[in-house]
Design a binder for this molecule. Structure first.
Ligand code: R5P
Length: 310
């Protein structure tokens, strides 16, 4: 088994390689002057099982193309099998036609990854679980919930807790965390009047005098979470803590979080945000490296991955 990294999140790849005590495959990923990507694998990988680590994070198009070209290079170098480890699976939010004449990017990206030659995909907190069905190869969708529940138990002790889903689509995820913490849930009725804008219509459940734990898969512009936190405080919540797997954090998101009612935002390192969040005191990063490393080990040894979540 060998590990190869793309350029999107080398820090995470290095942590995974340390966890697995396996060096990263020597490779070079460069660009022609017009922006085309050129990939060269600089050691023999014939007959090896390769785990290629690459998030489809910003710049999403470049990182996606890099992922596809790496898979192609691995296939043409006679790798025995190729597992695309995609900690953040970008383009997943368009998973159905939300309006006439729109694309389903999640399906197109799934097709591209399969056609390029991947034999398996490992990812974390897919935006919608059914995206697994867009592939005809195995997909292991890992969950950050156990990492988050451990953090809540260690850091937010003995308080009147409630788990909050920031929209109806996130109820299953919130229920999973609430079950682990043995607490109840509330749901925010969120509307999107236009793309990138979010509006809280209602809060379903009583949050008065409670410490709210919001959980979501993605924080992008920050609008959803900042508005949700404000709505909870307006309805009498004491504190709002937020747990989100993928810190996309585009535009002014970090500044919005800094000024918001959010006491603490916890994200994982599926996306490398080390530069962006340097000055934000209320943002904390938990590493997903052990979870991904353990999943890679289990896939490699043909043992159960789902047992990780029991
Ligand atoms: C939406 O369904 C997702 O789970 C997130 O809530 C959304 O992508 C967050 O976007 P933003 O931070 O731009 O409001």
């Amino acid at each position: 088994m060998k590990l190869l990294t793309g350029n999107s999140n080398k820090n995470l790849s290095l942590k995974i390689s340390k966890f697995l005590k396996t060096k990263l495959v020597h490779s070079s990923i460069r660009k022609f002057s017009d922006g085309e990507i050129y990939i060269e694998i600089k050691e023999n990988i014939r007959g090896n099982s390769i785990f290629l680590i690459q998030s489809v994070s910003s710049p999403a198009n470049d990182n996606l193309m890099e992922l596809l070209l790496c898979i192609d290079a691995l296939k043409r170098s006679s790798a025995k099998n190729i597992t695309a480890v995609i900690p953040y699976f970008g383009y997943a939010r368009q998973d159905r036609k939300v309006a006439p004449r729109t694309s389903i990017s999640a399906k197109l990206v799934s097709n591209l990854i399969t056609k390029a030659g991947a034999d398996r995909v490992v990812t974390v907190d897919l935006h919608a679980g059914q995206i697994q069905g867009f592939f005809d190869i195995p997909v292991d969708n890992l969950f950050a919930t156990p990492i988050f529940s451990r953090h809540v138990k260690r850091n937010i002790k003995g308080k009147n807790l409630i788990c909050v889903s920031p929209d109806v689509g996130g109820v299953e995820r919130s229920r999973a965390l609430a079950r682990k913490l043995d607490i109840g849930i509330a749901i925010i009725d969120k509307r999107r009047p236009s793309p990138g804008k979010s509006q809280v219509m209602n809060v379903i459940g009583n949050v008065k005098n409670k410490t709210c734990i919001i959980i979501d898969d993605i924080i992008d512009s920050g609008g959803t979470i900042v508005n949700a936190a404000q709505a909870l405080i307006n309805r009498g919540a004491n504190e709002v803590h937020v747990y989100i797997t993928h810190g996309v954090l585009s535009g002014e998101a970090v500044e919005k979080i800094r000024k918001s009612k959010i006491k603490n935002l916890v994200i994982t390192d599926t996306i490398d945000n080390s530069d962006k969040i340097k000055k934000a005191k209320n943002i904390e990063v938990l590493s997903i490296c052990n979870l991904l490393g353990e999943a890679i080990k289990r896939i490699s040894n043909s043992t159960s991955v789902s047992d990780l979540f029991k």
